[in-house]
Design a protein around this ligand. Structure first.
Ligand code: EPZ
Length: 429
């Protein structure tokens, strides 16, 4: 895969004929903090079911730049921090990837200092980092900002536990301070934490390997800090990607007579399953799989979708859901409550024939069903890129998607996996 790849998609013009099975990969947003957690261990940490995607490669490169040795065998990564040196994140890489900020907490807690660039906003919003800087200050760090880099230092080489109330629930902020608390001196109490399953799963893994954490699964986490975790051969299996699973459910609702989605965790899919069923989709829930079925003339009811922190409707599925709503009968309403720049894809869907009205940065209306027509489009980010792919699959004619590298950041070999379902998606270099 490279930066100039494009995807060429032949539309089904609304036909629903796919019948097949697709397996869900390990979660990008679980694997990223899991890689960062390797800084907490004395022994090398082995991660299994790691998705083979660009963001994991990028975070691995950042860690290798800090002296890590990382071995990779397909979906298994082993991360050895024993030769860790320095505490400066490579500016060019860290700037491109918001998730690099997850490294700052464990690195500052372990090294007593950390130096990093602003992880940069992206099309979905400004992505401030005040929660991080304020929290680290409360834990005893001194924050300087020079020449576009943040320099965080500590007087005695340690962070100190304290009580932190997050002014809003934030996923990577919760993860960063959970990890920092494991090595901080004393007790760290985190309030108004995010409840994403990736946080709870990683926290349970740390507890299993000797960390003292309580409150997992609630909005208050209590961490009693100590030295590096001494568990021998620590391992962690990355949980299924609920956003990928949700993406395939929406795909199935629009192009499949039957789509079996395996290796997923239905318990993490309640919001998307509830919404699709409310629209009239037929979904069968198994132990580690979900099956969605649609008749050729299946019609769906319009919905009101309001994104919300977990377990509410995930903002990462909002763009894909917008495509679904262009095919739902009636007026649907969208409330994107998490980010202020995450409705831009609606303009592109309108160019493809959707009937959308954007009222402000957070609200829009979609009237359906409207037939879509294939266009040449530019993927602005990971999730909108997949939404364009889905729109191209239901449209009449051909859609060419540029900036496919954004999609590759979060969806492993997406074109191969869709072709395996019989969909006409070709990658062009
Ligand atoms: C995580 O991003 C995910 N990324 C995002 O997925 C996801 O969209 C987001 O959570 C919300 O669910 C990873 O887990 C790697 P936030 P994160 O901090 O943690 C504001 C994808 O496509 N905020 O929960 O960066 C922020 O502006 C990505 O996989 C501050 O104001 O999101 C936003 O409005 C996209 N100050 C809100 O909190 C801060 O210091 C939630 O953001 C931090 C965040």
């Amino acid at each position: 895969m490279n930066e100039t790849d494009t995807l060429v998609v032949e539309g089904l013009n609304g036909a629903r004929k796919i019948k097949g099975t697709i397996a869900v990969n390990g979660s990008k947003n679980d694997a990223l903090p899991a890689l960062a957690s390797s800084l907490l261990f004395q022994s090398p940490l082995t991660l299994t079911n790691v998705p083979e995607i660009e963001d994991i490669e990028r975070l691995s490169t950042l860690l290798i730049g800090l002296g890590f040795s990382i071995t990779k065998d397909k979906k298994t990564l082993t991360l050895d921090a024993s030769q860790l040196h320095g505490a400066t994140l490579d500016r060019d890489i860290a700037k491109k990837m918001r998730a690099s900020i997850i490294l700052t907490g464990p690195l500052l807690a372990r090294q007593g200092e950390v130096h990093f660039p602003h992880p940069g906003g992206c099309v979905i919003g400004e992505r401030p980092i005040d929660l991080f800087l304020d929290g680290f200050t409360q834990m005893g760090a001194k924050v300087n900002n020079r020449a576009g880099m943040y320099h965080l230092t500590t007087a005695d080489g340690h962070l100190h536990g304290t009580e932190i109330f997050f002014r809003q629930q934030a996923v990577t902020a919760t993860e960063t301070f959970l990890l920092a608390g494991v090595l901080a001196r004393g007790r760290t109490i985190l309030k108004n934490c995010a409840l994403e399953p990736e946080i709870t799963s990683l926290g349970n893994c740390l507890v299993h390997h000797g960390a003292k954490i309580s409150g997992l699964g609630t909005t208050t986490l209590v961490i009693d800090g100590g030295p590096l975790l001494t568990a021998k051969n620590p391992t962690y299996e990355i949980i299924p990607d609920r956003i990928e699973a949700g993406s395939f459910l929406i795909l199935g609702a629009l192009v499949a007579r039957e789509l079996i989605i395996t290796d997923c965790e239905p318990e993490h899919l309640e919001a998307i399953i509830f919404c699709l069923q409310s629209a009239g989709a037929k979904i069968e829930i198994g132990k580690k799989q979900v099956i969605i079925r649609a008749t050729p003339r299946q019609s769906y009811r319009a919905l009101t979708i309001k994104t919300h922190e977990y377990p509410g409707f995930p903002t990462d599925l909002q763009a894909l859901m917008s495509v679904f709503l262009t095919q739902a009968r009636g007026e649907s309403r969208l409330f994107e409550t998490i980010f202020e720049g995450r409705l831009g894809h609606l303009e592109t869907l309108a160019r493809m024939g959707a009937n959308v009205s954007i009222h402000n940065q957070h609200q829009a209306t979609i009237v359906g069903p409207t037939p879509l027509v294939g266009r040449t489009v530019i993927s602005p980010d990971l999730r909108a890129g997949l939404a364009y792919l889905l729109a191209g699959l239901i449209a009449k004619g051909q859609t060419v998607i540029h900036n496919v590298h954004y999609i590759d950041r979060g969806y492993e070999r997406i074109d191969e996996r869709l072709r395996a379902l019989g969909l006409d998606v070709k990658r062009q270099h």
